[in-house]
Design a protein around this ligand. Structure first.
Ligand code: 8Y4
Length: 281
């Protein structure tokens, strides 16, 4: 399966990809403010690349439940300087996690090759026109509601079929706007307007999303489902649960893992690959 991100063609049939998370927000609760200084953020990105991240995902808006909205100017001020420096350093594939088309456009102009959109549900079409015109890779993530209130009362009659139907409808709409199927990756959006049982149902059924014939991305790194299920309060101590879930998902056909813990994820996936027997020895 091919994922086209501008001129880059990722072949996802051999090994899963790792997307490293670079938060440039003052309020992210796992790495809050650590990478607010652009130089430190650039350094962190370089470290993730050395650890084996295939893609670095830069985000300037916290989408954790209850987080305040960020203005376009503020998000731009956080993301663009870091992106510029990574592009000129020749950093691997760069993704920008944004819901704002103006931020996405500036990022694409700077050289970002992927837009990670947690609000693929939008009805405003400008974001998709940008994706169609620029040919960037596009991650379409499912979210119920809006970040500020999405965890108040997540509600589905059948979460798996509803998310599946959402993807079918969105793929069709994107196709009509001129986005190539090859540009699109799908993500069920663990924790985005979902309670523990919704998250578990989606994970247990993740294999069925392969029928959509697009690569599936998964982000579970440090997420609060592990607190809800296992009682682990401290996000950085949720690594074992995150790795176990990622590996299980890769066995079910997931192609891209979005994570805070790049070195650990790369090591786990290397072992998975070796056991798949595709690397001889
Ligand atoms: C600690 C730190 C615990 C952060 C949880 C979190 C996804 C995503 C996010 C995802 C895609 C997050 C931007 C939430 N999650 N994009 N973004 N998929 N495509 N929370 O699952 O990492 S932010």
């Amino acid at each position: 399966m091919i994922w086209q991100c501008r001129q880059q063609l990722w072949d996802l049939s051999h090994r899963p990809l790792v997307m490293g998370i670079l938060n440039v927000t003052p309020d992210s609760f796992s790495d809050g403010g650590e990478y607010e200084d652009p130089s430190r953020a650039v350094e962190r990105a370089m470290t993730m690349v050395h650890e084996g991240a295939d893609i670095v995902d830069i985000g300037g808006e916290s989408t954790r439940p209850g987080a305040p909205e960020v203005s376009q100017q503020e998000e731009m001020k956080r993301v663009i300087p870091v992106l510029e420096r990574l592009v000129s350093a020749g950093c691997s594939a760069l993704s920008v996690d944004t819901r704002k088309v103006e931020v996405a456009r500036a990022a694409v102009e700077c050289g970002a090759s992927i837009i990670n959109d947690v609000e693929a549900s939008r009805s405003d079409l400008a974001m998709w026109q940008l994706v169609a015109e620029s040919g960037v890779g596009y991650v379409a993530m499912h979210m119920q509601g809006q970040p500020r209130t999405m965890q108040h009362a997540p509600n589905y009659s059948e979460v798996v079929s509803e998310v599946y139907a959402f993807f079918t409808e969105r793929l069709d709409a994107m196709h009509h706007l001129g986005i190539k199927k090859q540009q699109v990756v799908l993500d069920v959006g663990i924790g985005f307007g979902k309670d523990l049982s919704h998250n578990l149902e989606l994970l247990r059924s993740i294999e069925c999303f392969g029928k959509l014939e697009r690569p599936i991305m998964l982000g579970v790194s440090r997420k609060s489902l592990f607190k809800a299920l296992l009682g682990v309060e401290e996000p950085s101590r949720r690594l074992p649960a995150g790795l176990a879930t990622a590996l299980w998902a890769v066995n079910q056909g997931v192609k891209i893992i979005r994570t805070h813990d790049v070195a650990e994820t790369v090591q786990a996936l290397a072992m998975w690959e070796a056991l798949q027997g595709k690397n001889q020895l």
